[in-house]
Design a protein around this ligand. Structure first.
Ligand code: UD1
Length: 456
C-alpha cells in the first residue's frame, strides 16, 4: 500500500532582505509564485496533505498555494523561535499520523519532485530521518552534514561548528523527510541551547541516533536546493529555471536561435517545430502550435498561436488573442481578446482588440479597432475574406460582412453588408493648376521671414 505523506512547508519568515511589501514566497519564478512551485514539487512527490506554516500575509500565500496542494491546512507560528518550533506549529495535523513527513522551506522553489521522492524512499528503506544535502565550494553559513560510515550522524549549524567541521563542503539544504511515527517525539526533544538560541530542526538527526534510530543524507544537485533571500537570489533562481525550461522545450522539438534571450513561463505550451527567434518574451497562459514562428522582439501573454502562424517581429499578443492556423500578425501589431481567423493577415502597425476577424481577411497597415468609449468595451466583427484598406478605424460595435471592401482611410461607424464596398471618408477634390500658386505663396513667405519683413 502506498505510504501516506504530509508536507510541512515553512513560510513564516519575514523575508526582510527582499525589501518588499510582498511576502517573499509570493515573488514569482517563471511567472508563478515560489510557494506554488514548492507545492507542485511536494504534491508531485506524493504528499497528499500539506501543512502550511505562515507568518504575515497569510491569506495571499494560502491562495497561491491551495490550487497546487491536495488537502491543505494552514498554521501560524506566533513567534519565530526556530525551524523545529515552526514545524511544531502544525502539531495537530502531524498527530493525525502519516507514514512520511516532508519538511520543506517555502523559499526553495527549484526543488524537484524526484529529489523529494528519493528522501521518502530513504524512509521506506528504514531511516528515521533523510536529509537533503548539496555540495558547494562556498559552504559558509550553511549547516554541515556530518557523515560516518555512510550514515548521517549530525547536522552542525555554521555558527556552532568547529573549525574542522567548517571544512566540510556537504551542506544541509534545509529539506528533510522524517518518519511520521517518530516525528513528534524527535521534534519535542529539540532544545535551544545553541549559538542562536533557536529550536533547530537539524538537531533531530542526533536525537534520532541517540534514540537508536538511523539518519541518512541524500545528495541533490546544488541548483535544486537554492533558497532565496534577496532579489539577487530571485534573479539567479529565475535564470536557472529559465535555462532548464528552455532546455526541455528544445529537447521536445522547439527551435531557439538564441535561447538565452528567450523567456517562458511556468505554463507555456509550445509544440514541436515552432521557431522562437531572439528576444521573445512569453508570459503566462500561452500555447503555440506546431510550425509557428515567433519572430524577434515579440511579447506574448494569455494568447494562443495556431499551427504555422507567423508572429512579429515586434508583435504584441495580449490576453485573449486567439490566432487560428496560418494567421499572420506582423510588425508593430497589437492583438487583445480577439480571434484572428485562419490565414487572416494583420501585417503592419495595427491594433485589434475585442474583435473577431474572419478567415482569410486582410487588414491593411494602420487598421485600428476603436473598442473603448472611455467606459465600456465594444466588439468589432470583420467577416471572412474582408479586405480592409490601410489606415481604417472601426468604431465598435460594428460588423463587417464577409468579403466586404473597406476603402483606405475610412472611419467605419455603421455595419457593412457582405460583398459591399464602404467609404467612410470625405470624397477627394482635385483643383487643377493650384499647386504652383500655393508653392509661389509659400516661397514668398519664406523670403519675407528671412529678410525679417513684417507680415502684410
Ligand atoms: C537553515 C538550516 C541550515 C541550512 C540552511 C539552508 C536550521 C536550523 N538550519 O538555516 O542547516 O543549511 O537552512 O538554507 O534549520 N523559518 C520559520 N520559522 C522560524 C525559523 C525559520 O518559518 O522560526 C523558516 C524561514 O522562513 C525559512 C526557513 O525556515 O524559510 C529557514 O530558516 P532560517 O532561520 O533562515 O535558517 P537558515 O539559517 O538558513
Amino acid at each position: 500500500m502506498a505510504r501516506s505523506c504530509l508536507a510541512v512547508v515553512l513560510a513564516a519568515g519575514e523575508g526582510t532582505r527582499m525589501k518588499s511589501d510582498l511576502s517573499k514566497v509570493l515573488h514569482p519564478i517563471g511567472g508563478l509564485p515560489m510557494i506554488s512551485h514548492v507545492m507542485k514539487a511536494v504534491t508531485g512527490a506524493g504528499a497528499g496533505s500539506v501543512a502550511l506554516v505562515l507568518g504575515r500575509q497569510a491569506e495571499a500565500v494560502e491562495q497561491a498555494a491551495a490550487p497546487f496542494a491536495g488537502e491543505m491546512s494552514t498554521w501560524v507560528q506566533e513567534q519565530r523561535l526556530g525551524t523545529a518550533n515552526a514545524v511544531l506549529a502544525a502539531r495537530q495535523v502531524i498527530e493525525q499520523g502519516f507514514d512520511d513527513i516532508l519538511v520543506i522551506f517555502g523559499d526553495t522553489p527549484l526543488i524537484s519532485r524526484e529529489t523529494l521522492s528519493r528522501a521518502r524512499a530513504g524512509l521506506a528503506g528504514g531511516a528515521d530521518v533523510a536529509v537533503i544535502g548539496f555540495r558547494t565550494d562556498n559552504p559558509h553559513g550553511y549547516g554541515r552534514l556530518i557523515e560516518r560510515d555512510g550514515a548521517l550522524v549530525a547536522i552542525r549549524e555554521h555558527k556552532d561548528a568547529t573549525a574542522e567541521e567548517q571544512q566540510i563542503d556537504f551542506c544541509n539544504a534545509g529539506l528533510m523527510a522524517i518518519a511520521g511515527s517518530k516525528a513528534l517525539a524527535l521534534l519535542d526533544a529539540v532544545g535551544n541551547d545553541n549559538a542562536k538560541g533557536e529550536f533547530y530542526l537539524t538537531d533531530i538527526v542526533e536525537i534520532a541516533i541517540r534514540k537508536g534510530g538511523r539518519a541518512i543524507a541524500i545528495e541533490a544537485p546544488w541548483r535544486e536546493t537554492i533558497g532565496i533571500d534577496t532579489r539577487v537570489g530571485l534573479a539567479e533562481a529565475e535564470s536557472l529555471w529559465q535555462h532548464e525550461k528552455r532546455r526541455e522545450l528544445m529537447l521536445s522539438g522547439v527551435s531557439m536561435i538564441a535561447p538565452e534571450t528567450v523567456f517562458v513561463s511556468h505554463d507555456t505550451i509550445i509544440e514541436p517545430d515552432v521557431v522562437l527567434e531572439p528576444n521573445v518574451m512569453i508570459g503566462p497562459g500561452v500555447t503555440i502550435r506546431s510550425g509557428a514562428t515567433i519572430h524577434a522582439f515579440s511579447h506574448l501573454e494569455g494568447a494562443t498561436v495556431g499551427g504555422n502562424c507567423s508572429v512579429g517581429p515586434f508583435a504584441r499578443l495580449r490576453p485573449g488573442a486567439d490566432m487560428r492556423d496560418r494567421a499572420k500578425v506582423g510588425n508593430f501589431c497589437e492583438v487583445k481578446k480577439a480571434v484572428v481567423g485562419e490565414a487572416a493577415k494583420i501585417n503592419h502597425l495595427t491594433y485589434v482588440g475585442d474583435a473577431v476577424v474572419g478567415a482569410g481577411a486582410n487588414l491593411g497597415a494602420g487598421t485600428i479597432t476603436c473598442n473603448y468609449d472611455g467606459v465600456n468595451k465594444h466588439v468589432t466583427q470583420i467577416g471572412a475574406g474582408a479586405f480592409v484598406g490601410s489606415n481604417s478605424a472601426f468604431v465598435a460595435p460594428v460588423t463587417i460582412g464577409d468579403n466586404a471592401y473597406i476603402a483606405s482611410g475610412s472611419v467605419v461607424t455603421m455595419d457593412v453588408p457582405a460583398d459591399a464596398l464602404a467609404f467612410g471618408r470625405s470624397r477627394q477634390v482635385n483643383k487643377e493648376g493650384r499647386a504652383p500658386v500655393i508653392r509661389a505663396r509659400n516661397e514668398a513667405e519664406k523670403r519675407r521671414r528671412q529678410k525679417g519683413e513684417p507680415k502684410d
